[in-house]
Design a protein around this ligand. Sequence first.
Ligand code: PEP
Length: 249
Amino acid sequence: MSRVPQIVGNWKMYKTAAAAREFIAALQPLIAPVCARVCLAVPFTALEAAVAAAKGTGIRIGAQNMHDQNEGAFTGEISACMLQESGVSFVLLGHSERRQYFAETNSFIHRKVQRALEARLIPILCIGEQFQERERGDQKKVLQMQLEECLQEIFPDEASRIIIAYEPVWAIGTGKTATPGIAQEMHQFIRNWLGKRFGSESAGKMSLLYGGSVKPDNIAELMVQTDIDGALVGGASLNVESFAQIVNY
Ligand code: PEP
């Protein structure tokens, strides 16, 4: 089953609209003619500028979060239909920083996955274990629970539109990448779970991304793993040269 390789930059709370325009203009000539699909998850305030700057380049723009309701008295929040109107194609959901600093639960993330699908946005569902959970040997149990709870009531035809990002929390922003062997083992576990839940045809179409201190010097060894279809890149996506090297791996 062929899946398109994709590299997704997550800018977190970095870059203004002006910086996003500059970055996209500088990135375009650095991208090799044949490379992975390039996606950027940018701050809300830079979405419109990034969508306009990326028009005609093939670069896809997405958001880093959204609320689980389409509208309501939720001060400071943004909904799926608002994102859809701004022209984005995907949204990160359940990033570990959202779980850790904003107490997001699997059931809240599950409702966001449903809203994103209804709005024809591609959800990139982030899952991953903490360091202590891995030390206890519970990493697969944790992933299984995150998958079960976040993907409840999702049908196989919807599942094939979802991207899963496996991001071990101990590897995010720490410089400690999972070894390619560990990353492949966890991706294979996820793919097998998806196969049991949605059938092998849908599971075979689903892209699985690895995230956690991906850099120009480790991307190639990760991308050759059978069940790794791309990467979610935080820190190294902020610099145009390092991001371009990752995209051209
Ligand atoms: C992330 O933010 O999803 C991430 C993986 O960050 P970093 O690449 O900096 O570890």
